[in-house]
Structures are given as C-alpha cells and as structure tokens.
Write a protein that binds this ligand. Structure first.
Ligand SMILES: [Zn+2]
Length: 348
C-alpha cells in the first residue's frame, strides 16, 4: 500500500491550547506522527515524501485572503511588542459583519490582531513559526495520496498532520488549518464523477461539510459524537442534509456519548450505504482515533479492535480509497488503531 508523509509536517509544535478557561498542555503533539510511522513500518509500508505542489491544492478549497493570512501571520505577529509566542485571537467576530453581505468577505481590517480573530475560529489553532510549512506539506501529502489512487492504487494513506476536517474555506479551528480531506476529495474529482467522504473522527467534520454543502458531486458523511454534547457544538446535526444542488448530499450520523463498537460500526454501515446509493466512484476516509475509549478528548467507548472492523467495511465498499489522517491524541493507542485499520483494509 502506498503511503505519504513529509518530515516538515512535524515542525508544527503548538504550545498553547485553551480548554474550559485554562491553558492546557497541547494535544496535537509532533510525536503523533512518529507513532503512526512506526505502525506503517511494522507492516513494511514506507511513507513516500510527497512532491511540492505549492499552494494550488489548498487554493482549490480555501480563499486566497485566508491562505495569505496563514502564510504571513506569524511573522507579522512577532513584530508586535509584547506579543505572545503564537498567533491567537482575542476577538470573536460575528460570522457575517453586515446585513447586506450574503457570504463572508475577506477581513476588512489590515490589523493582524483583527485578522487572527477573523480567521482563527477558536483557541485550539495557534499559529507558530512553522505552522504554515507543516499545514502546506500536510496538504501535499493528501494531494499525493489522491494522485496515487488516480494512478491506479486501490488504496493510499495520507499521514496528514496537522489535521484538516474542521478547516473551513476561510477559517482554521480545532487543530486544523487546511482541509486535507476536502483537498483529496476535490482532487479525486479529476478522474471520478462522484466522490464520497466518510469521516469517522469522533468530532463532526464541519469544515468538510461546509465546503461541499452546496455541491452534488461530493457526498459528505460524518459519524461523530452528538454536537449537543461535544465540539464543534453548532453544526453536525442529523437534519443538515445539504442545500441547493447539494440537497441530500450531506449525511450526519450523531452518536450518543459512550456509544460502543457495535453502534459505531452500525453508523459506518449506514454511511457506506448512503455512499452506494449516491453512486460514489471513489472514497475519502477521514480517519481519526479520538473515538477510542482512552482518548484524552474522547467521549465514546470504542476499542482498538474496532478499527479493524472499520478497515474491513471500507474494503468491502470496493471503491478506490484515499485514507486521510485526522485526529486521535492518546499516543499509546493511536499506532495500534492505525495498524488494526490497515489489517482490516488490506485483509491481513
Ligand atoms: Zn477529532
């Protein structure tokens, strides 16, 4: 199986993460990638370095003002006397600033402080000196995996870090800056007429949903903890089904807290059935391990072995598949979760 990863992706090293009013230890540690690479090595899979695709894949999904902000933010921030070590917002603008505006325009202010509030959606997305480099390389990893599948590989794994599924067209949030899963799905459209996204991270794939919400060529499905109890809270409910041309092309399967392997697998079966009736010709799996019962940010009761069942189900779907790495923060289990998934997928 082909897999992709660029060493620059581990440069991003967030220092601060605000949770329930406290600055806590960051959760998206660079060490996550070492553990996942070791799981690949154990199965004789060597990650290939992706080519440098520049900013073009990110631009296929994100707005230019947002990308310009991400690229320049740290340097501009560090010129402010007494600024903290990372770009973090201290203002929270209303989604749409003026009643006559239908869509959110670029930030009107040139101030880095204003733009941090505008483009960083929460306090889990600090921008440090290497964040842009790592996020950009992560998007290249997703792109290379999509290209490998379009070249005929049945499956390809993109070891993306930072993750992507919370990133909107013009906003970072939830440890995510560039939406790698969306970039891969959009790329696959270059060969396949209809593409489905199966997001099994414990959090709703809100960025991916928003990006494709009005499109009929990409079905987005997400299995996650009911947002009534869990981040991202404001989106991810079952009645969000898509809009306009995209009506019926978004499927959310919220699970109650403490849902177990059986409930998790049943939700995946439902999502894959939707992908079949949609007529998907290729699949993107947004794979997170924060559904695991030991995850420090988790709320579900999913076992390590359950990931084998996920891999088996993806295999049975019989579609060319790009697997994109999303969350999962318990360092002691995520390598085994990936291993189990791959053993199921590759029938080992
Ligand atoms: Zn997650």
């Amino acid at each position: 199986m082909r897999a992709f990863y660029h060493p620059d992706q581990s440069l991003h090293d967030p220092q601060q993460f605000m949770q329930i009013g406290r600055i806590r230890e960051p959760k998206d540690l660079p060490r996550r990638t070492e553990v996942l690479l070791a799981a690949l090595a154990k199965r004789n899979i060597t990650a290939e370095k992706p080519a440098d695709y520049g900013v073009e894949p990110a631009l296929s999904i994100h707005t230019k003002p947002y990308l310009d902000f991400l690229q320049s933010a740290y340097e501009r921030w560090s010129k402010i006397a007494e600024a903290g070590p990372e770009v973090l917002p201290n203002v929270s603008p209303y989604w749409n600033g003026r009643p006559e505006w239908q869509n959110r325009p670029a930030c009107r202010s040139d101030s880095i402080v204003a733009q941090a509030g505008y483009y960083l959606g929460d306090l889990a997305v600090p921008v440090g000196p290497n964040t842009w480099t790592s996020a950009l390389r992560s998007s290249h990893t997703a792109t290379a995996a999509a290209d490998a599948v379009m070249d005929g590989a049945p499956f390809a794994y993109a070891l993306c870090r930072p993750s992507g599924h919370h990133a909107r067209t013009d906003r970072a949030s939830g440890f995510c800056y560039l939406n790698n899963s969306a970039i891969a799905a959009n790329r696959l459209r270059g060969r396949y007429g209809k593409v489905a996204v199966l997001d099994v991270d414990a959090h709703h794939g809100d960025g991916t949903q928003e990006i494709f919400y009005r499109r009929s060529d990409v079905l987005t499905t997400s299995i996650h903890v009911d947002p009534n109890f869990y981040y991202p809270f404001y989106i991810g409910y079952a009645d969000e089904r898509g809009h306009g041309d995209g009506e019926g092309c978004n499927v959310n399967v919220p699970l109650p807290p403490k849902a177990n392997d059986t409930a998790f697998h049943a939700a995946i079966d439902k999502a894959l059935m939707e992908a079949r009736s949609f007529g998907a010709e290729a699949l993107v799996v947004a794979l997170g391990y924060d559904s695991h019962r030991e995850d420090p940010l988790g709320m579900l009761d999913v076992s390590t072995e359950a990931f084998r069942g996920i891999g088996e189900r993806v295999r049975a779907a019989g579609l060319p598949t790009v697997v994109v790495q999303e969350g999962g923060y318990q360092i002691s289990v995520i390598g085994d979760c990936l291993g189990q998934f791959l053993d199921g997928l590759l029938e080992r």
